[in-house]
Design a protein around this ligand. Structure first.
Ligand code: 2AL
Length: 248
């Protein structure tokens, strides 16, 4: 089984962190291929960053379709381009936010999210509404660290995230914590040990959900809205997508 883990930001060191965390948790026989778009933001911390990154995610899915991939993971906590990516393939496509919400809801009745910057919290709030998890989440918290500080100042970032997780444990009345950034993929064990609550991290959760779906023989439904997009003309910079029928 081959899982293509797409880091939607273009920071190579974060792609490595994500790929290593995914490989550590993967079952024997699962191959993890971690990739990043050729173009796009180095980190995703705004609606603008997210919109631009979605194009890169879709190009990575199209490349995966040419290579043969059993499942895709979108490894940014805003799940950029998720539904559009599903239109392009019969393989399962899982976003790390939705994977973490599902896993956390299976082991607790209430969880809190600890993400990077306060301004990205609204993205998680929107996803909770969109996916139907609003009722399961007590609070979206931010450690107020820029995404790239996870790479450049790891120790300080870990301390701030851990402190916010302790506040979530003490104040929110929760059973579990969801970590809200792909760049936190390698921090789960340390934070869980320090805080004493189950900590759910989306990249690793998505690997296990992907393995489960592929094992069950389940892929993205091509009935209804996730069918391949209707071929049509594209203009300008996107002309190469004209009349393309994705991997039917
Ligand atoms: C993210 C993420 O997971 N990767 C990134 O660049 N930005 N989202 C976030 N809330 O920090």
């Amino acid at each position: 089984m081959r899982i293509r883990v797409i880091n939607p930001n273009t920071t190579a060191s974060m792609t490595t962190t994500i790929g290593e965390a995914a490989s550590r948790i993967a079952s024997p026989g699962t191959e993890i291929v971690a990739t990043t778009p050729k173009s796009g933001p180095v980190s995703i911390e705004s609606h603008f960053d997210e919109a631009i990154s979605a194009v890169g995610v879709l190009e990575e899915v199209m490349a995966g379709e040419r290579e043969g991939v059993d499942a895709y993971i979108i490894a940014c906590f805003g799940d950029p381009g998720l539904l559009a990516a599903r239109e392009l393939t019969r393989a399962p496509v899982i976003g790390i936010a939705e994977a973490a919400f599902h896993m956390a809801s299976l082991i607790s009745t209430r969880f809190s999210i600890v993400t990077t910057l306060g301004r990205t919290g609204i993205i998680a709030e929107h996803l909770l509404d969109q996916y139907g998890f609003r009722h399961h989440c007590r609070r979206v918290r931010a450690a107020e660290i820029p995404v790239l500080d996870l790479e450049h100042d790891g120790e300080a970032a870990l301390n701030r995230i851990t402190a916010e997780c302790r506040r979530a444990r003490d104040e929110d009345g929760i059973g579990a914590i969801v970590l809200g950034c792909g760049g936190m993929a390698d921090l789960t064990a340390e934070i869980s040990d320090a805080v004493g609550l189950p900590v759910v991290e989306g990249v690793t959760a998505a690997v296990k959900l992907s393995e489960a779906l592929v094992g069950l023989g389940l892929g993205t439904s091509k009935f209804g809205d996730l069918a391949f997009p209707r071929p049509k003309a594209f203009t300008g910079r996107f002309e190469h997508l004209s009349h393309m029928t994705p991997s039917e």
